[in-house]
Each structure stands twice: as C-alpha cells, then as structure tokens.
Write a protein that binds this ligand. Structure first.
Ligand code: ATP
Ligand code: MG
Length: 870
C-alpha cells in the first residue's frame, strides 16, 4: 500500500466514526511560550483538555506535522543512527473531547489496524499503565479489561510511568496511556526470544506504533495532579512507522516516504545506501533533516541565530556536516533534494509546493555560508595542530572549534586522527559542561500555579473599541527568572490591552486601584486563550474592580505603523509583482519592519514608487472597514490574502483600507489620514530571496526629516556654502581620486628604491643571506616585499619590524629550501621574538607574522634574531 493511501485510509476511517477531519496545525508554534515546535498531535488542542476553550466538534482526526528536537521530547541524537526516530514526522491522531473514552478508542484502534490495514494480530502487543505510587494512581484496570476481550492476556504488558503515563511537558494535561507495539522480526529471531520481552526495550524491530492516551489530569507546578473537568482521548500513531509495517520493510527509510529522497542523495553523492554503516547514517540524517528544515521554512520559520530559528539552523548544519564528512559533499547539495520532497509530499502539504523556490534558496544560502565556516574552521584546526606541542590537542581548542565554527567533537577527532593527533576529550567535556550550566542558570524560570480569584474562563478582548475599562483580576501568578527577576502575570475578566501577536507589540499602560495606587503594565502577551498582563508588583485590593488604561500614544503610533504595513504589502505586490509574499513583520510604536519574498535589490525608483503608492493612500483618507468573526472561507472569497498558519476552527477578522484586504488581528487607525506620512528607512536582504524593509510613519517621519535637514545644513557649511552641494562633493571626490593615484605611483617608486636599498644591506652569514631591518610599511606591503626579495635572492632569511598605529609588527621570511635543510622555522621565530613586543603570532615555517603592543621592543627583537643563524 502506498503511503498516500495509508494516510487516506486513516482519515477516512475516523471520518466514518463521525470525526471531523482538520488540517495539520503549523509545526512552528507562535503563541505558546512553553513550546517552540509541535511535538505531538494534541498540542493544538491543549486548551480544550484544560477546559479553557470549546472545540467546534468533540471528535476530531488529522495528520499532524511534528518536530522532536528540543524540550521534553528530543530525538535529535537518535536520528540517523536508528531507523525509526525522525526529527520531523507525521503523527496520525484521533481525539475525543469529553465524548467517547477508553472503550471506543481501543476498539477502533484495533479495528483499523487489523481489519482495514489487515495487520497480522500475531505481531501485535499492547501495554497498560501499571499505576504509580508516587502519584497515588492504581493500575489502569479498565484498559486492561478492555484489551483482555480483544487480545490474549500474554500479549498485554504492564508498563510504568515512564512508558505509560503521557505528559506534554513538566506542566499541563496528562494521563495513563495504552500503547500498541509491532514485532516485525524474522520467524527465526522470534523463536529465540518472545516479542513480549522486547517491548519498550529500544529494539529496532519491536517498536511502538500507536499510543492511546486517556487524558484525565493536569500536572501542576508543584508536581501534584488535578482532575480535569472532563475525560478525553488523545491518540498518536507514527505515520512512517505504520508505513514500515504495511510495506513489509524493516526500516522507516525503506518506505516510499523516504526512498525517493535516498535515491536522489545516492545520485548526487555517488554513494550507495546499504553498503556501509557510516555512509548509511549520513544518508538517513540528510533524508530526515531536509524534511524538518523544509517544513519549518514553509511554516515561516527561517534559520537564524536564536530561538526556533537557531534550532532549525543547527539541524541543517548537522545534515551539512554529515554530507561533508561522510559523503564528501564540499558544495551545497541539500537544497537539490527539495524538488523530490515537494513532489512526494506536496499533495498532502501544499505549503511545500507553493514555497518550493523559497525553501531551495534559503537552504542553498545556508549551505554556502556554513561550508565557508567549515573551511575557516579547518584552517584554524591546521593552525592549532601546528602550534600544539606533542600530539594531543587541548580540549579547550576543540571546544572553541565547536562553539564558534559548529565543529562537533567527532568531526574534529576525525580530522585530528588523519593527522595523527588526538584530542583531550575530558577537557572538551569539561568546557561543554561549564557552558551548559551557564545557560541552564540563565534560562531557569520558576512558574507558580495560577491563583484563581474568579472563575471566569473567557477573557474578552475589548481593545479594538476601548483604551480604558473597569476590570477585575480573575487570576494571577508569579514567574521568577534570572533574566527578569520576579514578575507577576495578571489575567482580567476583560481587557483593552492588545497582546503581542501578528507581529504587533503588546500594549503597555497601567492599572488604577480605587485608592489611587497605580501599577504599571509593562507588556501584554497571549498564552493560548489567556491574555496576560505583566507587572512588577501585585496591585493591592486585588479582588476589587480597577481601571485598566492603555498607553494611548504608544497605541496610536503602533496602529499607524500597522496600517502602513498593510499598505506597504499592497504597494509591493503592485510595484514588484504578486510573487511578493509576507514572510515576517514587526510592528512597533517607533518603526515597522516587513520581510517579503523577492529576488533582487529594490532600485531607487522602485522604492520611490512604493513610498508614493503608500502616501497616495494616506492622502486619499481611506476609512477603516473592519469585519469581525467571519468564517475564513468568506474572507477568502472577498479577496483577503490567505496565509498558512491559521488554526482549525478559526473565524477571522478582516481589515480593509480601499483595496487592501488582509486577515489581521491587530489594531489600526480609523482613517489612513491618521498615518500622516510614510517613509522607507532601509531596504536589504535577510536571507536568500527574502528582503526586508524598515519604515516609519507619523511623528517619526517628522523627526527623520528634521534630522536630515540638520545634517544637510552642516554639510553645506563644511563645504563653504556652495550653490550646488552635490556638484561640490563630486568634484572633491574627483580630486581625491587623482591624488590617490599620484600617491600610489610615488609609493611604487619608493618601494622599488627600498627593495634596492634592502638588497644592498644583505649580509652573508654561514651561507645565509641575512637581513634584520625596521621598515615602516603596512603588513600587506611587508609581505609583498619579503616575497619579492625571496624570488630574487636564494637562501634568504629576513626579519622586518614595523610600527603601525602604535602597534608593533614582526614579519619573518625564510627561503623554503633553507627552512627545510636547516630546520629554521619562521613561525617559531616570531613566536619567540613576540615576547619583546608583548605579543604573539604564528604561521608557516617559511613565512610568519606577529603583532604586539610594545613598539619599544623592536630594536631588541631585531638584535636577537641573528642568534638563529649564528
Ligand atoms: P518512542 O518510545 O518510540 O520514542 P514515544 O513514546 O516517544 O515513542 P509518543 O510520544 O507516544 O512516542 O508518540 C506517539 C507515536 O508517535 C509513537 O507511537 C510513534 O509511533 C510515533 N513517534 C514518536 N516519536 C517519533 C519519532 N521521533 N519519529 C517518528 N515517529 C515517532
Ligand atoms: Mg520518544
């Protein structure tokens, strides 16, 4: 059965059991600070389990893109080494929200596996939660009895908390689970040892395929369990593992989900899969990681230097390294796999097809730059080996390579071994541990449980219409971290404060308590269904009604920037073409930033057209037309731009100014005239195929023009008030250019004379043409001079010393033959003489340089060098 059919049968089956089929939520999570990536199908439904929201249907089924590379579920190090863990995988799931429970969940799972997919019952085992003393929970008798009616008792295995109690994270919904495992070993192997003994023992051919979780509890911050308001079912089946079973193969990588990718890697690299373990691991790593990275980029998460983007960058770099080290790939090649991937999965996940070009460009660019870094790292490693006395490289050096160049220990070891060096692993581990504990300490956050004052689950947002309101605090908690100290998070019954989202910053403002006390709200953020206000203190009289006031000035400036962002988006599509798509946006009170797909730098003319387009709409005084809570389909029909990343069940809000219509939750001006003026400050590249514009509006533009004007007058003053300042500057530049040329000629002549001079100063000592001299030139010129002399004179040994900007510089050149025959080493010479100028350096045996901060030591260095040859 083809994988596409396997996926379809799953969804059709649960549709026939009255489940609503929904699309996968994005893999990259944007509105939950506790989670960077979706790690299980249930993530998008978390709030429904907790009772903080109501789903559109109480039975849902889907296939969810998951990524397990950080946090509680992290399989990254296994991936490639084994054959059944991936970074990115699809999780097929069915859910009941307070509807059916264990009986149907178990019966349907069994029916689907054995009757629809026709898996042989004799290869299946199930597990049941044995209970936990720590949590005061008994054996899951109900599940046990249900399974007993289906499967022989000797195929039911009791499992402990680690395997059979599913928790999303340290806090949150959880419950006992029942897993289904397959044993796909050969008959011969099975005869030796029963499969029962291998369940949950990390055997590659006895693996878990489906986990049925019975959600009943909420794990609180103090580790205790609290009963959820209702009982739910949450199941997850690994799609790739299911394909492995149904396609009769022994590895996920031998299913049609992966074989096209593997064939392509073989073609590109000329390495065959299935011949040698090291190569196989590399091929599996690459086939796996290209999926994780491509899906993330399609979800809008580009590789970057922090947060989720950094995780993605590291995954891609891991793949590049494996390709580099084990498949000999020194040029970008991973981006070439995207085509095959999008053909394979683009039907189930159209975002891959639509964004193919972008994904390819981004990956290619990342590959380029990391391969360059690898090259630099190799040079550094060369230098380290040269400077190492003995054959053991310090752990600190290996760690530096890891930390700054992304060289993992195994790669450094491999290269070191090839050069007969080894690495002080203990020293490396020590450095690594030090760094880890530093970042652990910095990241430690203690979150208290909510103190609930008022049982009011729906915190209404009224900030589109009001900037002030009388509110009550419904719950609060303290969050303490090294970074921010103690902070209180407050939730109201309703709020005028806009929570950070859709690129727009959160509102600031204050709370006024009846006695006149004021508590400042420093930021507002959304966490799932709750709007959280951040304050340094807890208000007194916390149970009473208080006045919540949004900082009006900040809000107005932000609104102007948000509306201008929409107009800018429209302008770009109008001026550059409809290939322009929003790739990111940040709306602050002081400026706006907009990232979009486009392949070349904008010309001055294009920038001017874009500005004019936006300013014309500002002058046109277009009124805001807003529609709240309309179904997504209606919005799309009306021409709103659809973005990937909307969650299932969302109704949407549309914002229209003239012909610009967008799905948007942000705050906007009532009329474009309120923006006053729009000005682009900068335009540049952020990644391959992605440009960034930063712009300002309203007050900020006034300041901008004022400041520019001031600079202009100052410059004109400096130019002595010419009539035409532009012409004045260009004639200055011309003059400058011709002077530069003259100087260059003069310097060349001088150098020629200098060379002659120096040659005449050569002294023959023991068959060596020796010269030690002070020559105040810059390092590049000194090097040229030394090499030129080297070409003309045999058996040369030179030391030049120079003073450059208050620093001392030594340059040592030794003819190669001389260095070889007599064992002279320029690197060693400058290292040792470096002490006179209070510095150091290095290089090769025939050429080396050193720098230091004490020019006063130059004469001594020049004096001492003779000792090397006499
Ligand atoms: P394992 O013990 O094999 O790592 P798990 O206990 O972490 O599995 P769950 O969290 O219960 O798995 O996830 C539900 C299902 O998702 C599993 O039964 C398995 O089929 C699949 N699965 C889990 N992790 C991965 C992964 N890294 N790659 C592919 N499939 C996975
Ligand atoms: Mg796992």
């Amino acid at each position: 059965m083809k994988s596409s059919e396997i996926r379809k049968h799953f969804l059709d089956f649960f549709k026939s059991k009255e489940h609503q089929i929904v699309a996968s939520a994005p893999m990259v999570i944007k509105d939950d600070p506790t989670l960077m990536f979706t790690n299980a199908g249930m993530n998008q439904f978390k709030e429904f389990f907790l009772g903080n929201g109501v789903p559109k249907s109480n039975r849902i089924s889907d296939t969810q893109k998951c990524l397990r590379v950080s946090g509680k579920h992290n399989d990254l190090e296994e991936v490639g080494k084994d054959t059944y863990h991936h970074t990115m995988f699809e999780m097929l799931g069915n859910w009941s929200f307070g509807d059916y429970f264990k009986k149907d969940a178990i019966a349907w799972a069994w029916e689907l596996l054995t009757e629809v997919y026709k898996i042989d019952k004799d290869i299946l085992y199930v597990t049941v939660f044995e209970g936990s003393e720590e949590d005061g929970l008994p054996l899951d008798q109900e599940a046990y009895d249900l399974w007993k009616q289906i499967i022989p008792e000797d195929r039911i295995i009791l499992g402990n908390k680690k395997d059979n109690f599913w928790e999303m994270g340290d806090q949150g919904p959880c419950g006992p689970s029942s897993e289904i495992h397959v044993d796909i070993r050969s008959e011969e192997e099975k005869a030796k040892l029963p499969g029962k003994d291998l369940v949950n023992k990390d055997h590659p051919l006895v693996v878990e395929i489906w986990n049925l979780v019975f959600m009943e509890f909420n794990r609180k911050a103090d580790k205790s369990l609290e009963k959820l308001p209702a009982k739910h079912v949450d199941t997850g089946m690994g799609f790739e593992r299911l394909c492995m079973v149904l396609q009769g193969v022994k590895s996920n990588y031998d299913t049609d989900v992966f074989t096209p990718l593997i064939r392509e890697i073989e073609t590109i690299s000329g390495s065959k899969y299935g011949k040698e373990e090291k190569t196989d691991i590399a091929i599996r790593v690459i086939a796996d990681h290209v999926r994780a990275v491509s899906f993330s980029i399609a979800d809008g998460q580009l590789p970057s230097n922090n947060g989720a983007g950094y995780v993605i960058r590291r995954i891609l770099r891991r793949a590049i390294r494996y390709g580099f080290t084990f498949l000999g790939q020194k040029e970008p090649f991973i981006y070439r796999l995207v085509d095959v991937l999008s053909k394979k999965m683009g039907n189930a996940f159209p975002e891959l097809k639509e964004q193919k070009q972008l994904i390819q460009n981004v990956i290619k660019e990342e590959e380029h730059s990391f391969l360059r870094t690898l090259d630099q790292g190799l040079v550094l490693l060369d230098n380290v080996m040269e400077a190492t006395k003995g054959k053991k490289i310090a752990g600190e050096k290996a760690f530096e390579l890891y930390d700054t160049y992304g060289f993992p220990l195994d790669l450094t070891q491999l290269i070191a071994e090839e050069n007969n060096f080894e690495i002080d692993e203990k020293g490396f581990e020590k450095k690594m541990e030090e760094q880890k504990s530093r970042s652990r300490a910095a990241a430690e956050v203690a979150t208290e449980d909510w103190t609930v004052l008022l049982d009011d689950e729906t915190e209404e947002f009224i900030g589109y219409d009001y900037l002030e309101a009388s509110v009550k605090i419904t719950r609060y908690r303290k969050v303490s971290s090294k970074k921010d100290g103690d902070m209180y998070q407050l939730v109201f019954n309703m709020t005028p404060f806009y929570p950070e989202g859709g690129g727009q910053v959160g509102d600031k403002g204050y709370l006024e308590v009846p006695n006149g006390d004021v508590v400042y709200i420093l930021d507002t953020k959304r966490e799932n269904n709750l709007i959280i206000h951040f304050a340094k203190n807890l208000p007194k009289h916390i149970g009473e009604t208080m006045k919540a006031v949004v900082d009006r000035k900040q809000r107005e400036r932000t609104a102007a920037n948000h509306t201008a962002t929409h107009l800018l988006h429209q302008a770009l599509r109008e001026v550059l073409g409809t290939h322009v798509e929003q790739k990111g946006s940040a709306v602050h009170s002081k400026y706006l930033r907009f990232d979009f797909s486009h392949f070349s730098k904008l010309t001055l003319e294009e920038l001017r057209d874009v500005e004019n387009f936006v300013n014309a709409r500002i002058e046109g005084k277009l009124p805001l037309q807003e529609q709240r809570n309309i179904p997504m389909e209606t919005a799309i029909e009306e021409g709103a731009m659809a973005l990937f990343g909307e969650k299932y069940g969302d109704t949407v809000r549309t914002i229209r100014f003239g012909n610009s219509i967008e799905l948007c939750g942000g705050t906007h001006v009532k009329n474009t005239a309120d923006i006053w003026h729009f000005k682009i400050r900068s335009e540049g590249a952020v990644a391959a195929g992605i440009r960034r514009i930063e712009a300002i509006t309203s007050d900020a533009t006034r300041e901008f023009y004022f400041e520019n004007n001031r600079v202009f007058y100052e410059m004109r003053d400096l130019l002595k008030n010419p009539k035409d300042p532009v012409k004045a500057i260009s004639s200055l530049q011309e003059e400058n250019e011709s002077l530069r040329k003259q100087i260059a000629t003069l310097l060349k002549d001088k150098a020629k004379n200098l060379k002659g001079d120096l040659k005449s100063q050569l002294e023959e000592i023991n068959g060596v043409q020796f010269l030690a001299s002070r020559v105040d030139l810059d390092p590049g010129k000194l090097k040229d001079l030394a090499f030129e002399l080297g070409n003309e004179v045999d058996n040369l040994f030179i030391l030049f010393a120079a003073e450059d900007n208050g620093k001392a510089l030594l340059t040592c050149y030794i003819s190669k033959d001389l260095a070889n025959e007599r064992g002279y080493n320029a690197g060693q010479v400058v290292r040792e003489l470096g002490k006179f100028i209070q510095g150091g350096g290095g290089g090769q045996p025939f050429f080396a340089t050193a720098g230091g901060k004490n020019p006063g030591g130059i004469p001594e260095a020049l004096d001492k060098v003779k000792e090397y040859i006499s």
